[in-house]
Design a binder for this molecule. Structure first.
Ligand code: PEP
Ligand code: MN
Length: 369
């Protein structure tokens, strides 16, 4: 995945009181969909017994791929959530996609709104949502769009920022891909990591349920998210997943969910002093190696220019397949002897080759333009 370095002036205010003081991740849990008052309140009562759970999620209006599925219980579910909030103390969050969804949620004291993957990708919907939220002071979580388009994701944050919403969080729920196996949605971790780099103050919650699509894979995706310093997890929990009206394969039973939270390893981002010193030392070494790498790359590209000029003088074609095959075979053999991953080196060589051809092409066309 390649990123165009982009900037943004997003203004994110911290919603500090949402996070446990220990620095542990924010845990959001609840069913994919609110199905009945009993199902909803039973799930909430059990989840509220786990002190790690802060926010209760439930889909009230469900975006379905085909028209014959369960499309959500509708506004009545909001009144159930209001009661749950009063009886358990959990905060509540609901997916909104239209102005009327937002108005209904605000009327029913929903604490946090989230915008689903299908809506984020549509600038018209995002603009409508932004206009409805103008002047509100409610936190909003924005899921990544279905397609791996970081600009579109950031654009959604900018639209909300433009109307004064700055209590913002991101939810990483994976991306549609032709081959996302073994997951339902491809995680493409580099995208949320790049988002964090571009907008350092923005909390990113991982939604392992929609990435995995399979209750057996939730643990590994959750651990990966925590190891990559994601700031929280949003997990679908249903008292009887097999009978769930939506996303039956990926919802956890409350027991499986509690077990998951007990077994996940929350690694500290900082560590103690000895750890910090050793890490600083290793990072300094990496800095030196990277510096050398850049110098070596510059040296290689200078040679490429020299060859390009030479070929031009003698009217020789740029691409010489025999030479390129020799390079690949010889470098791969060496790389393997050094214990380097073959695919990684192949990618690297291809990138180098593309750049080398580009440089020679520019040389060839310089005086002819
Ligand atoms: C959901 O959270 O239940 C949902 C519909 O998610 P997404 O928008 O990520 O598909
Ligand atoms: Mn779901």
């Amino acid at each position: 995945m390649h990123f165009i370095t982009m900037g943004t002036n997003l203004n994110i205010s911290t919603i500090k009181n949402l996070w446990p003081p220990s620095g542990e991740p924010l845990i959001i849990a609840g069913p994919c969909s609110a199905e009945s008052e009993e199902q909803l309140s039973e799930t909430a009562q059990i989840l509220a017994l786990n002190p790690k759970v802060k926010i209760f999620r439930a889909g009230i209006w469900k975006p379905r791929t085909r028209p014959d599925g369960f499309e959500g219980i509708g506004s009545i579910g909001l009144s159930w959530l209001k009661k749950i909030k009063e009886s358990t103390g959990l905060l509540t969050t609901v997916e909104v996609a239209t102005s009327s969804h937002i108005e209904e949620c605000l009327k029913n004291d929903i604490d946090i709104l989230w915008i689903g993957a299908r809506t984020v990708g549509n600038p018209f919907s995002m603009q409508e949502i932004a206009e409805t939220l103008r002047g509100c002071d409610i936190p909003v979580m924005i899921k990544n769009p279905l397609n791996p388009d970081l600009k579109l994701w950031i654009g959604a944050f900018e639209r909300l920022n433009n109307v004064g919403i700055n209590k913002l969080m991101a939810i990483h729920r994976g991306f549609s891909a032709y081959n996302s196996k073994p997951y339902r949605n491809a995680p493409y971790w580099e995208i949320p990591i790049e988002l964090k780099r571009i907008v350092p103050g923005l909390p990113i919650i991982c939604d392992p349920s929609h990435i995995a699509g399979d209750s057996n894979l939730i643990a590994q995706v959750s651990q990966r998210a925590l190891d990559l310093e994601m700031n929280g997890l949003m997990i679908e929990v249903h008292p009887n997943p097999k009978a769930a009206l939506t996303d039956a394969k990926q919802q956890l039973t409350p027991d499986a969910f509690n077990f998951l939270l007990d077994t996940l390893i929350f690694r500290s981002e900082k560590g103690n002093n000895t750890f910090q010193n050793k890490l600083a030392n290793l990072r300094a070494k990496i800095d030196i190696v990277d510096d050398e790498l850049i110098q070596i790359l510059a040296k290689r590209m200078n040679l490429v220019s020299e060859i390009g000029n030479f070929k031009k003088e003698h009217n020789i074609t740029i691409l010489q397949l025999k030479r390129w095959n020799e390079i690949i075979n010889n470098r791969l053999e060496k790389a393997e002897q050094m214990g380097l991953n073959r695919n990684f080196i192949l990618h690297l060589l291809e990138t180098l080759h593309q750049e080398s051809i580009q440089i020679q092409n520019d040389i060839l066309n310089k005086d002819n333009s």
